[in-house]
Design a protein around this ligand. Structure first.
Ligand code: EPU
Length: 351
């Protein structure tokens, strides 16, 4: 396992921001991770380890003084099958969308709504990735990994992961304590009935109808769902290979009814999703757009900007720095706070 020094992280973050790593290495097996942890415990060559997946949810605002460990474990194994389901273990270093594509090709249902989400399989449980009415927790059986302090293997059940909206134990109690090496998912074999598909999210339902005019709702397949999800995402979300970005920059805030009612009295068209009796989720992208930010740059010459088709996504048009993106995000937070009285929390991890 070769450790390189002073490496550019630009190819390893989807914002395509320049930042240097004091050390960098790639690990491809559980044993390699255990060896590295033991070495670092004994020799302490770096102040800390920084575990890197696909780099699709990170904003680098400074150089990283740590040893950056790129997780490159690969492989998919079927662990268990019943007549209707199968449990598959997918290694953390696989690209998430390759895993989805593979499942859809084999006609294993459950992941199709999560098509085209950038990033690695190992990063998926950290923020409980979600899209179009489905979250990872709906299909996850367990997460396997290694405790950083001891090098011991540990498996957490779905319940032990304490999943919430873009949240999990890996962001809280196990933050910087656990390295995810694989996830175990329970998928549906040959899903054929519409009840096994999740097609109720408004934008998705419209896109399936538009793309597959003439196909009856009861005849939709997971292939139809994947195509429609890919199509909606491509129309709104920038491809990180073309324009640097990390998907949604903020979480959608949950607000009490009184705040929602106040906003609705001024903007009767405000979109909303009920969360509980007293709480409502309001799309942050809608508020950011209302504050006039859609398509705007931090300054006329800056490459730090708000995407012109989805105001929830901040983009790097080429030469933006992490500090510029961070400054833009702070200005957006102030404007939304001032205009709507709502605090926006970042979804992206800021370093
Ligand atoms: N909207 C606007 N203007 C905008 C953006 C959105 O008015 O610039 C409105 C839309 O018209 C719609 C509502 O806000 O009425 C919701 O928009 P959309 O369906 O695009 O979803 P979102 O709430 O902005 C969330 C997730 C996305 C996920 C989509 C679809 C979060 C933080 N983001 O976005 O996830 O793909 O729903 O399920 O929950 C990600 O996490 O990186 C991500 C892209």
């Amino acid at each position: 396992m070769e450790i390189q020094r002073n490496i550019s992280l630009k190819p390893y973050n989807t914002f395509a921001l320049e930042a240097k790593a004091a050390g960098f290495c790639t690990v491809s097996t559980v044993e390699e991770i255990q060896t590295l942890l033991a070495q670092e415990r004994e020799q302490k060559k770096f102040p800390s380890l920084f575990i890197l997946g696909g780099g699709s949810n990170i904003l680098f605002t400074a150089n990283v003084e740590a040893l950056v460990v790129k997780i490159a474990l690969k492989g998919t194994t079927i662990l268990h099958e019943t007549a209707t389901t199968l449990d598959v273990e997918i290694a953390a270093g696989e690209e998430w969308d390759n895993a989805v594509q593979n499942a859809v090709t084999q006609n294993w249902g459950g992941l199709e709504n999560l098509s085209l989400i950038p990033g690695s399989v190992g990063a998926a449980p950290v923020q409980n990735i979600g899209a179009y009415g489905v979250e990872l927790q709906n299909v996850l059986v367990s997460v396997r990994g290694i405790m950083r302090s001891t090098g011991e293997k540990r498996e957490l059940s779905c319940e032990e992961c304490s999943f919430g909206y873009r949240d999990s134990i890996f962001k809280r109690d196990l933050r910087e304590k656990f390295i995810i090496t694989s996830v175990v998912l329970r998928l549906q074999k040959n899903p054929t009935t519409v009840s096994e598909l999740s097609v109720s999210y408004g934008a998705l339902a419209e896109e399936i109808e538009r793309l597959f005019l003439g196909v009856r709702r009861e005849d939709y397949t997971i292939q139809h769902v994947r195509s429609a999800v890919c199509s909606v995402r491509r129309s709104k979300l920038p491809n990180p290979a073309v324009i640097g970005n990390a998907g949604s920059f903020f979480k959608n805030p949950t607000v009490p009814h009184e705040i929602y009612n106040r906003i609705k009295s001024i903007y009767p068209e405000v979109p909303s999703f009920p969360v509980s009796e007293n709480l409502v989720k309001i799309p942050a992208g809608w508020m950011i757009e209302r504050c006039g930010w859609k398509g705007k740059r931090l300054m006329p010459q800056s490459d730090a900007a708000v995407h012109d088709k989805q105001a929830l996504v901040l983009v790097n048009h080429g030469a933006a720095t992490g500090e510029e993106i961070l400054e833009l995000s702070r200005q957006i937070q102030s404007s939304v706070q001032e205009h709507f009285g709502v605090a926006l929390e970042t979804e992206v991890n800021i370093f």
